[in-house]
Design a protein around this ligand. Structure first.
Ligand code: ZN
Ligand code: ZN
Length: 238
């Protein structure tokens, strides 16, 4: 966190150095980015990503969309516009926050995107099958996504019974756990552990961690078997 001197923010362990929550999902033919955070540009540079086929959005909060402008580099090298998969709620925010991208008369060099509307129906990008799952971020509906055996759930503090069935059977999941104390719109650590255990997913990684969660090594030691804290740059094969 900017201007913070706590033990996490001043830690020399790279796993305590956390950028905003986002993932890259990759098959042999297809690369998808889920959310373009304010750190999107640096994340793409750090991981040396040369091509993306699509961006998938979970919800319209700034920390999940702010980096969209930097897809310009992919437009330039791929000589094409990029497909953006978002529900109507997120599209409204994109149109509000990136008015120039949607302007009638566009100036040169701005992002070139194709908006693809998604709702709760499964869809396919390249060779990757995707099942949207509705989760609640206080009063805001957020899309979680299941990709085969892996489910990604960011920014939520409630998952209704019917939607939980879509997660059941996943071998691995990522789930938001903001900190140890309660929060109004995110699961905290005990709630996230309970959710993984209720869903019976054997391997889970907690994401969207605040500096208030504490140091990676300390928290990691306290977690039940099969549950871990994620860290920036973590790669999972499934
Ligand atoms: Zn959010
Ligand atoms: Zn967020």
């Amino acid at each position: 966190m900017i201007a913070c001197n706590c033990e996490v923010c001043s830690s020399t362990n790279k796993k305590d150095n956390r950028l905003r929550a986002s993932i890259l999902v990759q098959s042999t033919t297809t690369t998808i980015v889920v959310d373009t955070t304010p750190d999107f540009r640096y994340q793409m540079l750090r991981e040396k990503i040369k091509k993306i086929d699509a961006v998938l959005f979970t919800h319209p909060h700034k920390d999940h969309i702010a980096g969209l402008d930097d897809i310009r580099a992919f437009n330039y090298f791929q000589q094409s516009s990029i497909n953006i998969y978002a529900n109507i709620l997120t599209q409204e925010a994109l149109k509000r926050e990136f008015t120039y991208v949607f302007a009638e008369k566009k100036y040169p060099g701005i992002p070139q995107i194709n908006l693809c509307t998604i709702d709760m129906d499964p869809f396919i990008i390249g060779d990757i099958n995707i099942i949207p799952i509705l989760v609640w971020h206080l009063h805001m509906p957020v899309l979680a996504f299941r990709f085969g055996n892996f489910t990604y759930v960011t920014d939520a503090n409630k998952i209704e019974e019917e939607e939980r069935k879509k997660i059941t059977g996943s071998k691995i999941m990522a789930l938001n756990a903001l900190r140890k104390e309660k929060h109004i719109s995110h699961f905290n650590l005990p709630q996230a552990i309970e959710m993984v255990q209720q869903l019976k997913v054997p391997e889970a990684y907690f994401i969207h961690l605040s500096h208030q969660m504490g140091k990676h090594m300390d928290v990691e030691k306290s977690l039940p078997a099969g549950i871990h804290l994620a860290y920036d740059g973590l790669k999972i094969m499934c």
